[in-house]
Write a protein that binds this ligand. Structure first.
Ligand SMILES: [Zn+2]
Length: 63
């Protein structure tokens, strides 16, 4: 059975983590909007399947 992600991080083209989202604390509709925005900015989404991760969100380093 496929696991469902509990959160996502967004990795920018500069390789920095520019966003992190915990699905448990995020409204479903808002989550969709945030994910869509990351995709439209060209970020890579990385699903997280448990809470054993931390992400350090930094400012985008693109020119
Ligand atoms: Zn960037």
């Amino acid at each position: 059975m496929k696991k469902k992600p509990v959160g996502y991080i967004a990795i920018c083209q500069c390789g920095r983590v520019v966003g992190a989202m915990d699905l448990k604390n995020t409204d479903r509709i808002d989550a969709g909007k945030i994910l869509g925005q990351w995709v439209s900015e060209g970020c890579t989404l990385e699903p997280k399947f448990d809470y054993s991760w931390t992400a350090t969100v930094s400012a985008c380093g693109c020119d």
